[in-house]
Design a protein around this ligand. Structure first.
Ligand code: ADP
Length: 326
C-alpha cells in the first residue's frame, strides 16, 4: 500500500455545527504526523473544479468555536455521474492528493463510497450531520448543538404557549429520522414527538388526541420531525383542523436556526476525537470507513454498513416520554 503523503479534506451536503472543529482536528493531526493537507472548497463541486488550497496549521486557527464550515459546502449533481467523478479523480492526481477525508451526511458518504470503489481510492468519512441518522455511531457531529438549539427555542415557545390554551406543533429537522424530535421532546417536557420511525405503525396523532391532553395543562407542545412520512407540522395541523376541530392549533417551523450557532462542548470534543482518529485510520492502512463513536470508544464502520442500515431509534425513549407527559 502506497504511503500517504498528502490528504485532501472537504465538507459536503448539509452543514452542521462542529464541522470546523473536525476540519481543525484532521488538519492538525495530519500535520503532526508529517502529512501535507489540502483544503477542498465547496464539497465535491470544488473537487471537480479544483478549488483547492494548501492548509498549514494556522489556516485552522480560531475556528473550533465557529458554526458552519470554513471550507463551505455544496450539493453536486455532477458527482453523481461517472464523468463528474472522473473529473474529481483527475483533480486528485494533478494535486498529488493520496487520500480524502470527507465530512458529511448519508448522501456525502454514499458519494464517497461510490468514488472509493470506482477508483480504488482511500477515503475516510466523518459523520457530519445534525440528524444523527448514520448507522454505527452513537452520535454525529452537529447533533448535540442542534438539540440544544431546539431546546432553547421550545422553552421560549412554551412561555408564550402557556399563556393560551393551545396545541402547538413545532417542526424540527431530521428528514427521515426522529432523533431530534424525540430527544428534543424529552428535553423540553413536551407532550409527544411525532417521528417517522413509528408513524406508519400507529397513527400517532390519533393516539395523542384519543389519550387526551391533561385538562390541568393549559398548553400542549408536540415536536414533529419534518419528513415525507409524517407530512410535517403543517400537514398534521390540517388534520387536526379537519378531524379534531375542538383544538386551537398553531404551527412553528424552526427551520435553519437548527443548523447554526457555535458548536456545543460535546460536538467540539466529538469532532476533535473523530478528526484525529481519521488520520490514525489512514496511518493504520484503513480505507473506506466512517469514523464513529460507540459507548465512548472510537469505532471504524465500513461505508457499506453506515449507509445501508437505518439507525434504529431507542424505543425506550418513547415510553419515557409517554410516562412523563401525563
Ligand atoms: P448529506 O451528505 O448531508 O446527506 P446530500 O444527500 O445532499 O447531503 O448529498 C451530498 C452530495 O453527496 C450530493 O450533492 C452528491 O454530490 C453526493 N452524493 C449523494 N449521493 C450520491 C451517489 N449515490 N453517488 C454519488 N454521489 C452522491
Amino acid at each position: 500500500m502506497a504511503t500517504i503523503k498528502c490528504i485532501g479534506i472537504l465538507t459536503s451536503g448539509g452543514d452542521a455545527p462542529g464541522m470546523n472543529a473536525a476540519i481543525r482536528a484532521v488538519t492538525r493531526s495530519a500535520i503532526y504526523n508529517g502529512i501535507e493537507v489540502k483544503g477542498i472548497y465547496h464539497g465535491y463541486r470544488g473537487l471537480i473544479s479544483g478549488e483547492i488550497k494548501s492548509f498549514k496549521t494556522e489556516n485552522v486557527s480560531n475556528i473550533i468555536q465557529q458554526g458552519g464550515t470554513i471550507l463551505k459546502t455544496a450539493r453536486c449533481k455532477e458527482f453523481e455521474t461517472p464523468e463528474g467523478r472522473a473529473g474529481a479523480y483527475e483533480t486528485l492526481k494533478r494535486e498529488g492528493i493520496d487520500a480524502l477525508v470527507v465530512i458529511g451526511g448519508d448522501g456525502s458518504l454514499t458519494g464517497a463510497r461510490v468514488f472509493a470503489q470506482e477508483f480504488d481510492y482511500p477515503i475516510i468519512g466523518l459523520p457530519g450531520t445534525i440528524d444523527n441518522d448514520l448507522y454505527g455511531t452513537d452520535l454525529t457531529i452537529g447533533y448535540d448543538t442542534a438539540l440544544n438549539t431546539i431546546m432553547e427555542a421550545v422553552d421560549k415557545i412554551r412561555d408564550t404557549a402557556s399563556s393560551h390554551e393551545r396545541l402547538f406543533f413545532i417542526e424540527v429537522m431530521g428528514r427521515d429520522a426522529g432523533f431530534l424530535a424525540l430527544n428534543g421532546a424529552i428535553a423540553t417536557g413536551c407532550e409527544a414527538a411525532i417521528i417517522p420511525e413509528i408513524y406508519t405503525e400507529i397513527d400517532q396523532l390519533k393516539e395523542l388526541v384519543e389519550n387526551g391532553f391533561r385538562k390541568s395543562k393549559n398548553s400542549s407542545i408536540v415536536l414533529v420531525a419534518e419528513s415525507p412520512t409524517t407530512g410535517g407540522a403543517m400537514h398534521l395541523a390540517e388534520r387536526v383542523k379537519n378531524e379534531y376541530p375542538q383544538y386551537d392549533v398553531r404551527v412553528t417551523i424552526l427551520g435553519h436556526i437548527q443548523r447554526g450557532g457555535s458548536p456545543s462542548a460535546q460536538d467540539r470534543i466529538l469532532a476533535s476525537r473523530l478528526g484525529a482518529a481519521a488520520i490514525d485510520a489512514l496511518l493504520d492502512g484503513q480505507r473506506n470507513v466512517m469514523v464513529g463513536v460507540r459507548n465512548d470508544e472510537v469505532v471504524y464502520v465500513p461505508f457499506s454498513k453506515a449507509i445501508k442500515y437505518d439507525k434504529p431509534i431507542n424505543r425506550e425513549l418513547l415510553n419515557t416520554l409517554r410516562k412523563l407527559s401525563i
